[in-house]
Design a protein around this ligand. Structure first.
Ligand SMILES: [Fe+2]
Ligand SMILES: [Fe+2]
Length: 154
């Protein structure tokens, strides 16, 4: 990949990761359940690390990190109000899983195209695995809530 394309692509991830930080931070403030709140704060901190890794790499390549692109509307931190009920939590987790899966797909696609830049290769792998772990946690919590829901309905 040409340097220019590389920087452009990295800026896409910079945008995506910044969105994730914003989203999970907002969610952590909206959720009442303490365990989920703490998990979201922790995930947001990991996403912040991703933002910084990507920004560093962009600068190293001679570019400037810039969050280009449209915000992913229902998935950004703009959703107002408290999320208390189980239905709200389920919707939140489902949206997060979708976003993480999108990030994973983009990281995988990018990994196949980066070529010989070992540093970049390692960054992308680290992020991909982190997103996979986030997805697993969200999916696990989602299954738990759904099981509780089914119990309540009995
Ligand atoms: Fe991330
Ligand atoms: Fe993530």
């Amino acid at each position: 990949m040409e340097k220019k394309d590389l920087i452009q692509k990295l800026n896409w991830f910079y945008f995506l990761e910044k969105n994730q930080v914003e989203l999970y931070t907002a969610q952590s403030q909206q959720v009442e359940d303490l365990y989920i709140k703490k998990a979201l704060q922790r995930v947001a901190a990991v996403e912040q690390g991703h933002v910084e890794n990507i920004a560093r790499k962009i600068r190293k390549l001679g570019g400037t990190p810039s969050a280009i692109g449209e915000k992913i509307a229902p998935l950004t931190g703009s959703t107002a109000g408290y999320i208390t009920g189980q239905a709200g939590l389920i919707a939140l987790l489902e949206a997060n899983i979708k976003l993480e899966e999108k990030a994973m797909k983009d990281y995988k696609d990018f990994l196949l195209r980066v070529g010989k830049d070992e540093e970049l290769f390692n960054i992308l792998w680290d992020h991909l695995i982190d997103e996979d772990l986030h997805t697993a946690w969200f999916a696990n919590k989602l299954a738990e809530l759904k099981a509780q829901n089914a119990q309540l309905k009995r």
